[in-house]
Design a protein around this ligand. Structure first.
Ligand SMILES: Nc1ncnc2c1ncn2[C@@H]1O[C@H](COP(=O)(O)OP(=O)(O)O)[C@@H](O)[C@H]1O
Ligand SMILES: [Mg+2]
Length: 326
C-alpha cells in the first residue's frame, strides 16, 4: 500500500476534489493523512470551507472513525527559503536573495528546481517520523499538476540534471526520485468518461510508464447515473409509437389518440431515450478504452446538488466502499 498518493488528471475533472476525498477515505480508523497542494490555488481551503492555508501543516478535517486530515499548501518561494536555510544556513540571506530576485530565478527560470522543492517537501512528509520512530503521516495525498505536466513534474531528476550534477540539489533530487519511483508512491489519474479526457489519460499513463513512475489507478469522476441498461435500450429501439402512447395514457398522462397529451409526449420521450442511448454507447466505448489500460478503475458519482463538505464525505465513503487497498 503506497504511502504517497499522487492525484493528477485533466484540468477540471476533479483532481482537487478526488485528492481531498481520498485523504478523508485513507484517514479512517485513527489514521493520519496529509493533503498537499502544490499549485497555489487554495483549492483545498475552498473545498473544506476554511480560510486560505498558510505554509504550514494544519488539521482541516476529522475523518469518520477518528482519523485526521492535515493540509499543506506548499509555497515554492517559502520552500526555497526553507531549503536554503537547511543546506546553507541562510535564513536572513534568503530574505536578501528574495529581494535580489534569486527566488524569481529559481521558481520561474529554473522550473526543475521549483519542482524538486515541491516534490521534496511531499517526500519529506512521507518519510518524517516522530520521536517514537513512527511515521507522522500514514499517508500523504498530493493534489498534483495536470496530466500534461505530471511526468515532467515528478521526473525531477532529469529536470535538475542540467542544473546541478553534484551538491545538495543533486542529492535532494536523487532522494526524491528514490521515493517517487518506489512502490511507496502511486500516481492516480482522474478522468471523465468522455473521449478527450480518456485519451489524455491513456497518453498520460504511457508517459508515466515510459518514465518508470508507478501508475496507480484511474478514477472516473462525475459519473452520471445509469437510467436505462442495455436491455432497456434494446426494448426502446423496437417499441411501436402507439404502444408507448397507450402506456403513457394508462399511466394517467392523457389520451393516446392523435392529438391527445399521451400521444404528443411520445416523440419527446423517444427523443430523450435516443439521446441517452447515444451517451450510453459512447460511455461503453470509453470504458473499453480504460479497461485496456490494465489498471484498476474506480467510479465516483456526479453529485447533482454540487460539491460541499457533505458531498466530499459522500465521495470519501464511495472510495472506501470500492476497496482501498491502494
Ligand atoms: N463528483 C463530483 N460531483 C459534482 N461536482 C464535482 C465532482 N467532482 C468535482 N466537482 C466539481 O467540479 C469542479 C472541478 O473540480 P476540481 O476538483 O476543482 O477539479 P480540478 O482540481 O481537476 O481542476 C469543482 O467545481 C468541483 O466542485
Ligand atoms: Mg484543482
Amino acid at each position: 500500500m503506497s504511502r504517497l498518493q499522487v492525484v493528477s488528471g485533466k484540468g477540471g475533472t476533479g483532481k482537487t476534489t478526488v485528492a481531498a476525498a481520498l485523504a478523508l477515505a485513507l484517514a479512517t480508523e485513527g489514521k493520519r493523512a496529509l493533503l498537499v497542494e502544490v499549485e497555489g490555488r487554495q483549492g483545498i481551503a475552498q473545498l473544506f470551507e476554511t480560510q486560505a492555508l498558510p505554509y504550514e501543516e494544519r488539521k482541516i478535517a476529522v475523518a469518520p472513525g477518528g482519523g485526521e486530515v492535515y493540509a499543506l499548501a506548499i509555497d515554492p518561494e517559502l520552500a526555497l527559503l526553507d531549503y536554503l536555510q537547511m543546506f546553507y544556513k541562510m535564513g536572513g540571506a534568503g530574505r536578501a536573495l528574495k529581494k535580489l530576485g534569486a527566488i524569481d530565478f529559481a521558481t520561474t527560470i529554473a522550473p526543475g528546481l521549483r519542482d524538486v522543492l515541491l516534490t521534496g517537501k511531499a517526500c519529506e512528509a512521507v518519510r518524517r517520523k516522530d520521536k517514537a520512530g513512527r511515521f507522522v503521516y500514514d499517508y500523504v495525498v498530493m493534489d498534483a499538476p495536470p496530466t500534461g505536466r505530471i511526468t515532467r513534474f515528478l521526473n525531477v531528476n532529469d529536470e535538475v540534471a542540467g542544473l546541478a550534477r553534484i551538491g545538495p540539489i543533486h542529492n535532494q533530487a536523487q532522494a526524491v526520485m528514490r521515493v517517487l519511483k518506489s512502490p511507496e508512491t502511486a500516481v492516480h489519474l482522474v478522468t471523465l468518461l468522455e473521449e478527450m479526457p480518456v485519451q489524455e489519460t491513456a497518453d498520460g499513463i504511457a508517459e508515466l510508464r515510459a518514465a518508470r513512475l508507478p501508475v496507480g489507478r484511474v478514477i472516473v469522476n462525475m459519473m452520471r447515473p445509469e437510467v436505462l441498461d442495455a436491455a432497456d435500450l434494446e426494448l426502446v429501439r423496437g417499441v411501436p409509437r402507439a404502444a408507448v402512447a397507450k402506456s403513457l395514457s394508462a399511466a394517467g398522462l392523457g389520451g393516446a389518440r392523435r392529438g391527445g397529451l399521451a400521444e404528443r409526449l411520445v416523440d419527446p420521450l423517444l427523443g430523450q431515450a435516443e439521446e441517452y442511448a447515444e451517451r450510453h454507447a459512447l460511455e461503453r466505448e470509453q470504458r473499453a478504452v480504460l479497461a485496456d489500460l490494465g489498471l484498476p478503475v474506480h467510479e465516483l458519482p456526479l453529485l447533482a446538488e454540487g460539491m460541499d463538505l457533505a458531498g466530499l464525505y459522500a465521495l470519501a465513503r464511495e472510495l472506501r466502499e470500492q476497496d482501498l487497498s491502494w
